[in-house]
Design a protein around this ligand. Structure first.
Ligand code: SR1
Ligand code: MG
Length: 403
């Protein structure tokens, strides 16, 4: 009898591999040396499979519910969306995503390159290794993938077909609720230390913050600029520093939240996580490392803008999108990125799915770090009203975190 592949197990993975002709050149299913389940995110099963000849790959299968809360159902169609996003991003920038080997729509399984020789960037930051070079690399990834999937890089008919294929209602709804709504209301998903309750109250009473969050949510829901990764925090980025002649490498993975949205959302997600990492460094008494981390938003945005400018001459229609449109466009994306950075920083302190940067601090340190992130988040959320200089914003964030 054919085993049931509906939810893969260590026992069924070898049979599953044998059933996939596309994977035959990638792995010898009859000579596997190890199968391990390594999924530690909120949603999926992830297996690393190795064979006796030294080949390996990753299988990622979506579960029909949130992994950490089985009572919370979740569409498995997100696998199809991740496949389309990854395939599109691979065409635009193969160097910065895992290679895609196979997609099994019947069982919601993606087979991808094993990147075990890389580390998750958040873990590196938490361990004190900043990997600062990675900020420019990921900025180039966002520039290449956003330009290629936008109307500047794609024929308008093709672009609209891709918009239609990547509509992601259920996962967008998660972001709409968890990032833009729940932190600003009473909700069972929220939890903060008692010492941070007044900080959250102050944010919820701030009418400017509420207006800007509402406008940011509106742009998230209505601005189909480019095919986003959709959840580009430092836990969605693998890094491998240059060593012994082996080049540095960065790969953005886990794009199941991808959809056509505002380009600044992906940039803002990274920026927010730099703020969390800097708050951790400050809490641990390392202001020099915090300063090093707070240089990353500028490195990210500069590399993004430089790459976008370099791609601009290849835009499909220069008749109407003239050169002077470019800087206005980049200014809009920069302002969006700063606002989304604030929203994404706040959600990781107040709402569901917190970040280990702050959560693994002991409570006495966590309270101050959380307060700093909430205050820094407010400045970023309100930044549309003032400066759009990334360096100036980071200088303010630095002062707040150091207080
Ligand atoms: C129920 S999913 C919770 C969070 O995990 C993902 O990483 C996204 O950030 C989402 O908001
Ligand atoms: Mg994820």
């Amino acid at each position: 009898t054919t085993p049931d592949f509906d939810q893969l197990t260590l026992a069924t993975v070898p049979h599953y591999l044998a059933s996939r002709p596309a994977l035959r050149p990638r792995i010898d299913a009859s000579a596997l040396s190890s199968v391990v389940e390594v999924g530690d995110g909120n949603l999926n099963l992830v297996f690393i499979v190795r064979d006796a000849h030294g080949s390996s790959l990753v299988l990622k299968q979506s579960l029909p519910h949130v992994r950490t809360d089985p009572s919370w159902p979740m569409t498995r169609e997100r696998s199809t969306r991740e496949w389309v996003v990854l395939d599109t991003h691979e065409r635009a920038d193969a160097a910065h995503v895992p290679a895609l080997f196979d997609f099994d729509q019947a069982h919601f399984v993606l087979a991808m390159e094993d990147l075990s020789d890389h580390d998750v960037w958040r873990s590196e930051l938490n361990s004190g290794r900043v990997q600062g070079w990675a900020a420019a690399e990921v900025g180039r990834y966002v520039a290449r993938t956003s330009f290629a999937s936008s109307v500047f890089g794609l024929d308008p008919l093709e672009q609209k077909r891709l918009v239609a294929r990547t509509v992601n209602p259920e996962l967008c709804e998660i972001t709409e609720n968890l990032v833009f709504t729940e932190p600003y209301i009473e909700h069972e998903h929220n939890a903060v230390l008692p010492g941070n309750e007044a900080d959250v109250d102050a944010l919820r009473r701030d009418r400017d913050v509420l207006r800007e969050i509402g406008l940011a949510k509106y742009r998230f829901m209505s601005s189909a600029q480019s095919l986003l990764h959709g959840d580009l925090h430092t836990g969605s980025v693998f890094v491998r520093a240059e060593s012994g002649g082996r080049p540095a490498s960065l790969r953005a993975f886990d794009s199941e939240f991808g959809f056509y949205g505002p380009t600044g959302f992906d940039l803002g997600a990274l920026w927010a996580n730099f703020v969390l990492a800097a708050a951790r460094a400050e809490a641990l008494g390392d202001p020099d490392r915090a300063a090093q981390i707070l240089a990353l938003p500028a490195a990210l945005m500069e590399a993004f803008e430089a790459e976008f400018r370099a791609l601009w001459p290849t835009r499909l229609d220069a008749r109407i999108w003239a050169d002077d449109a470019l800087e206005a466009l980049l200014g809009d994306i920069r302002r969006d990125a700063a606002g989304y950075a604030g929203a994404k920083a706040v959600r990781r302190i107040v709402g569901f799915a917190k970040a280990s940067d702050i959560e693994t601090l002991e409570p006495a340190l966590r309270e101050g770090a959380a307060r700093g992130v909430l205050r820094a988040g407010r400045v970023l959320i309100l930044s549309r009203l003032g400066t759009d200089s990334v360096e100036a914003l980071s200088a303010t964030v630095s002062r707040i975190l150091h207080e």
